[in-house]
Ligand binder design. Structure first.
Ligand SMILES: NC(=O)c1ccc[n+]([C@@H]2O[C@H](COP(=O)([O-])OP(=O)(O)OC[C@H]3O[C@@H](n4cnc5c(N)ncnc54)[C@H](OP(=O)(O)O)[C@@H]3O)[C@@H](O)[C@H]2O)c1
Length: 341
């Protein structure tokens, strides 16, 4: 079996660290692994498959000889460095927002549009984490009844803001526990512990935030539905890991909650946890504490939208998924594996 030289750009962050685990779990044929980060991390070592790998400072020359580069850094670094990797012959799968809406770049969720990988020109983009988590269960329902409109509220974990976001919430929770003053927030606009922050990203058109518009714009590209209408509210919640979403879908044709459940139970990447009669809450519906550190999107609370009885064409559900895994690292490694097939 061919072995590949793989580089991770941003190897020390929340997504990059998870990528190492995903390469291992998905038995990716890594011949040589290069770990790239900022000058702050250069010289530190990380273990991979029993070998100590020294982190290098990212620069264009570091991509020399790489077959596959997994991008796990911010937009600016991605824009500056990843075209250099492509120039040197690597295929890049990037997690940042930098290239997602570029018409020359496929935006891929393997369960939905794996075929788009075929037309890449050296760069493939991984969608936004809340987009992936919302679309994986939306896709089988779209195939069943044709989705026209999505109303979404997200409940996004602190680690969606990377390692600094996770550290900030942990520090705030610890300070609250000790009865001490909360340190000045840096990763978030306000204290997150014991609070909710209804803004993720900068303000864009008509008062929506950049994160809220991603679900519509990326969703249209991934599902090949240029007319899809999405109305979304994104909220940061004091959960360490795993995003949750409440989603109402309006369809072309009427479907029952049971039809939706059957389609969801059979869908790749989805786990149906929907039994409101179960004694144990963990078996009744998905919760972020149950969906952390695994790869499936759990779906529950499937029911018909009662707000439009004339059309009766809506389904509402709740879903949770680990956004560092399926929302980022797992999805990227799945794409990289498909590239190798
Ligand atoms: N967190 C999530 O749930 C999530 C989900 C989907 C997509 N994403 C996207 O994935 C990317 C990474 O996010 P993250 O959450 O993992 O962020 P993070 O934890 O803050 O990690 C950022 C990484 O970028 C590296 N970096 C910073 N400055 C650099 C430079 N000048 N040159 C090279 N590397 C540099 C950091 O290295 P040092 O440690 O050396 O500073 C670190 O490895 C972002 O584009 C983010 O939007 C994140």
């Amino acid at each position: 079996m061919k072995q590949y030289t793989v580089a991770i750009l941003g190897a020390t962050g929340a997504v990059g660290t998870q990528m190492l685990e995903c390469l291992n779990e998905q038995e990716f044929p890594v011949g040589k692994l290069k770990l790239l980060a900022s000058a702050r991390s250069a010289g530190k070592t990380v273990e991979f498959r029993g070998e100590q790998i020294v982190i290098e400072e990212a620069c264009p020359e570091a991509f020399e000889g790489c077959d596959i580069v997994l991008g796990a850094a911010g937009d600016d670094i991605a824009k500056e460095l990843l075209p250099e990797a492509v120039k040197r012959g690597a295929v890049v799968v990037d997690n940042s927002h930098a290239f997602r809406m570029d018409p020359e770049v496929p935006l891929v969720v393997p369960e939905i549009n794996a075929d788009d990988i075929k037309w890449h020109h050296g760069l493939i983009a991984n969608p936004n984490c809340a987009t992936i988590i919302g679309l994986v269960p939306t896709w089988p329902l779209h195939q069943l009844a044709g989705v026209k409109r999505m109303i979404v509220s997200t409940y996004q974990a602190a680690s969606g803001a990377g390692a600094p976001g996770m550290a900030e919430l942990e520090a705030q929770l610890a300070a609250l526990g000790r009865g001490e003053e909360i340190p000045e927030p840096r990763a978030f606009a306000a204290q997150l512990a014991s609070n909710l922050i209804p803004q993720i990203g900068g303000v864009k058109e008509e008062g929506f935030t950049s994160e809220e518009m991603k679900l519509q714009n990326e969703g249209r590209k991934i599902m090949h539905l240029p007319e899809l209408r999405v109305n979304c509210t994104c909220v940061r919640v004091p959960v360490l890991r795993s995003h949750s979403e409440s989603i109402t879908l309006e369809f072309e044709r009427d479907i029952t909650a049971e039809e939706a459940r059957v389609a969801l139970a059979a869908a790749p990447g989805v786990k149906l946890v929907d039994d409101m009669s179960a004694e144990d809450a963990h078996e009744r519906f998905p919760m972020p504490m149950d969906t952390s550190d695994q790869d499936l999107i759990w779906v529950g609370r499937v029911r018909r939208d009662i707000s439009n009885p004339e059309a009766a064409r809506g389904i509402t559900f709740w879903c949770c998924g680990d956004q560092i895994r399926k929302g980022a690292a797992t999805n990227a490694v799945q794409i990289a594996k498909l590239l190798c097939e």
